[in-house]
Design a protein around this ligand. Structure first.
Ligand code: FEO
Length: 168
């Protein structure tokens, strides 16, 4: 059985994940309006990831004998100006989610709830990947705005380097 405090905190986190889903859907809509299909695809996949994050918690909470309380999802801002603006907001949003996951982990540790600690480990790793992904794209978009496209081409070329074991 999960503690009441963790049950409440997990329900709040489910709402945050569903809000993230909605927020990224709003971003996908903006990119659709600009006919930028690749960016739209990126955010549509992100929408699916956020739904997955929420449902994984939903299942865990039920497995632990807790109850799920779904909250109203607040409206997301839609007044974006530039792609850079969107990725800056997405990056900041992921930082906010990371803090929230860290608090859940702190609570599980305080409650000596080892199953929850193990469960939140997955989210800690996931947040690291999500922050890195948003930050990387933001950096590349800034290079485009600064008209330093050559660096992007060079970066693409350098990413293809592989290690070959030297002949003895
Ligand atoms: Fe579910 Fe993007 O954090």
């Amino acid at each position: 059985m999960i503690s009441e405090r963790l049950e409440k905190a997990l329900n709040e986190q489910i709402s945050k994940e569903l809000h993230s889903e909605y927020y990224y859907l709003v971003m996908a809509v903006w990119f659709t309006s600009k006919n930028l299909d690749g960016f739209t695809n990126f955010f549509k996949v992100q929408v699916q990831e956020e739904r997955f994050h929420a449902l994984k918690m939903f299942d865990y909470l039920l497995d632990r004998g807790g109850k799920v309380y779904l909250e109203t999802i607040k409206k997301s801002p839609q007044d974006f100006e530039l792609a850079e603006d969107i990725f800056k907001k997405a990056y900041e949003h992921e930082q906010f989610v990371t803090m929230s996951i860290n608090e859940l982990m702190n609570l599980a540790t305080e409650k000596k709830d080892h199953a929850s600690q193990k469960f939140f480990d997955w989210y800690v790793q996931e947040q690291l990947e999500e922050e890195t992904s948003m930050d990387n794209i933001l950096t590349k978009i800034r290079l485009v705005y600064e008209k330093r496209h050559g660096l992007l081409l060079l970066d693409e070329k350098l990413s293809q380097r592989t290690f070959t074991v030297p002949a003895q």
